[in-house]
Design a binder for this molecule. Sequence first.
Ligand code: ATP
Ligand code: ZN
Length: 213
Amino acid sequence: MSCMLRLAIQKSGRLSEDSLNLIRECGISFVNSSLKLKTESTNFPLEILYLRDDDIPGYVADGVADIGIVGENVLVEEGKQSLTVEKLGFSRCRLSLAVPKTMEYDSIQDLNGKNIATSYPNLLQAYLQEQGVQANIHTISGSVEIAPSIGLAEAICDIVSSGSTLISNGLKEVERVFKSEAALIANEDLSEEKREILDKLLFRVHAVQRARK
Ligand code: ATP
Ligand code: ZN
């Protein structure tokens, strides 16, 4: 079998559709089945693996996948930003600190000694340290926005795009911790053959991006 580049994308979620659209706009055809874990392109040496987004940086770092598309929030949280090839300009969002809208909030110093719930402990810790704030970080994997109302934490640090989820949970955004968009990542020691396929893919990605502007 001839050499193929293996691309990991999110199976189903906020990155999936735009990731698939980018590949299609590159003129790469494949049969998309949400039931399958893997598909091969019919006209380009590319194989697509469908994964949880959190698993993508690790799989690319280990070479299980050669390249991947993932949010910078997940990538940097996992300490894998060195894999970045380039930013892709979609799935833009921010990681923000939020507190109950009734809380009096003047500055980040108001979070000293407080409990903060988040799924992004590393990004949050780095930000608090930079700001000289000491708080207790509680790592939880989902439904972070309900933590204040159930008494688990006084503040949260979560992904925000429009802010409507915060508002509907009685919270207000008070600090922006990290700005994110989708990024293309690659394994650091690709074979020469795979690198050539990646270069061809990047050439097409750049053409798509120019056409979109
Ligand atoms: P998975 O089941 O693959 O683990 P998930 O629930 O962790 O999925 P999604 O909510 O689908 O992840 O979000 C995937 C990525 O999309 C986020 O990590 C982030 O980079 C980006 N994103 C863009 N806008 C938003 C938003 N409003 N809320 C959450 N993530 C967003
Ligand atoms: Zn995830």
